[in-house]
Ligand binder design. Structure first.
Ligand code: PLP
Length: 229
């Protein structure tokens, strides 16, 4: 068995164990294999291991891999999205995790309306308040979500966050917990076109903690493929 296939199997088990520990159904957690910097051959191994959800953080890189992998996977755009790349993102990604500002929401609404295909997205929230991080602040959520809801062509399916990178996964826990609380608050607003089905949180170093705190989508790169060069 290749390392990649063995790693995927191990991560599946760790996700399952974490879900059961929290009284959750392991089937409610989807592992997204983060394929940035990885080769098509490595990606094929992940598909052979049975993962069908792949994540890229740049539109350009997704575009390069698209001809070889394309529709055989469900693609997630997880990195920050420039407004001028929104059109290409819509054509390739099934779910955009990085909707974080009004100008991008307006552009996605316009483009999706013109295509006649709703755009599925998660709103990225900057929980930690670190300036280096993308994401809307919790205080910006009401106005942003109301505008998206009124626009009608973008369907928000949940929230995404990046926890501060630490050596101890427990440092991420309060950020994940806060994201889940925010999702509960948003749910209570009852806005049309906005549901809170998904929480995209947790990476290689902290996905088990994220699953314990309610993640439905975990984004795992290094733990599957090894260190990025
Ligand atoms: C690279 C990346 C990941 C995966 O990080 P690993 O630590 O390699 O698992 C997850 N989310 C985003 C947004 C990323 O850019």
């Amino acid at each position: 068995m290749s390392n990649i296939v063995a790693n995927v199997e191990q991560i599946r088990q760790r996700v399952s164990t974490a879900a059961l520990r929290a009284g959750r159904n392991p089937a409610d957690v989807t592992i997204i294999a983060v394929t940035k910097t990885r080769t098509v051959d490595e990606i094929r191994q992940v598909l052979e291991a049975g993962l069908t959800h792949l994540g890229e953080n740049r539109v350009q890189e997704l575009k390069e891999k698209w001809p070889a992998i394309g529709g055989s996977a469900t693609w997630h755009l997880i990195g920050s999205l420039q407004t001028n790349k929104a059109k290409q993102a819509l054509e390739m990604a099934n779910l955009i995790h990085s909707l974080d500002r009004l100008s991008l929401a307006d552009e996605l609404t316009r483009l999706a309306g013109r295509r006649g295909v709703p755009c599925k997205a998660l709103v990225e929230v900057n929980i930690s308040g670190e300036e280096s991080k993308h994401g809307a602040s919790p205080a910006e959520l009401p106005a942003l979500l109301r505008a998206i809801s009124d626009g009608g062509s973008v369907l928000v399916q949940g929230l995404m966050t990046m926890a501060p990178q630490g050596t101890d996964p427990e440092t991420a826990r309060p950020h994940f917990r806060r994201l889940r609380q925010l999702a509960d608050e948003v749910k209570a607003w009852g806005l049309p076109n906005i549901n809170m089905e998904h929480l995209s949180m947790g990476m290689s170093g902290d996905f088990e903690v994220a699953v314990e705190e309610g993640a439905t989508l975990v984004r795992v790169g290094t733990a599957i493929f090894g260190a990025r060069l």
